[in-house]
Design a protein around this ligand. Structure first.
Ligand SMILES: [Ca+2]
Ligand SMILES: [Ca+2]
Length: 167
């Protein structure tokens, strides 16, 4: 029996979907437990760089900007900052899991003379709490590569303030 290229592709596609489904990576609003985290204290730097999760800012329509501030001191040349971000809607109560909104990675190349930068990370926030406002926040963690190619380790996750937005 011969298998046409189309059939082979569709079998491969189905096989590829299984691990994605079992990990809960598909679908819009999959519950995902937030990692262990600390509120931002301003002291956790890597190679002279700090990254701060700013208050989420409500934009027009359904959109929210989960802003991130990156600041490096001017010492020892260029740096690359790799930031990972997780965005959530808060659910009160011990048995409730916060709604996972999305994740992103950012790479920022910082020159010696650069001032602090704001990264704009815009995501859609639906009316998740039908009886009240949505309470949104995000977590960031980062690592820094020096000019000589050496990467720092990752920082622990830092949490922004929780901001209420009406939907
Ligand atoms: Ca909520
Ligand atoms: Ca609401």
């Amino acid at each position: 029996m011969s298998i046409s290229p189309t059939t082979t592709r569709s079998i491969r596609a189905k096989i590829a979907l299984v691990p994605a489904l079992s990990l809960g990576l598909l679908g819009g609003s999959v519950a995902m437990a937030a990692p262990a985290q600390a509120n931002y204290d301003g002291h956790d730097d890597r190679h002279g760089c700090t990254v701060k999760p700013l208050d989420p800012k409500d934009l027009r329509g359904k959109w929210v900007d989960f802003r991130i501030k990156v600041d490096c001191d001017g010492k020892d040349g260029k740096k690359a900052v790799h930031i990972r971000q997780l965005r959530y809607e808060d659910e009160k109560g011990p048995r409730r899991t916060d709604d996972f909104l999305g994740r992103s990675h950012f790479f920022e190349h910082i020159k010696k003379s650069d001032d602090a930068k704001i990264i704009h990370s815009v995501d859609k926030v639906r009316n998740l709490d039908h009886r009240g406002a949505e309470e949104v926040y995000h977590l960031v963690s980062f690592r820094v590569q020096k000019d000589n190619g050496h990467w720092s380790d990752w920082t622990e996750w830092k949490k922004s303030d929780v901001v209420e937005i009406r939907r």
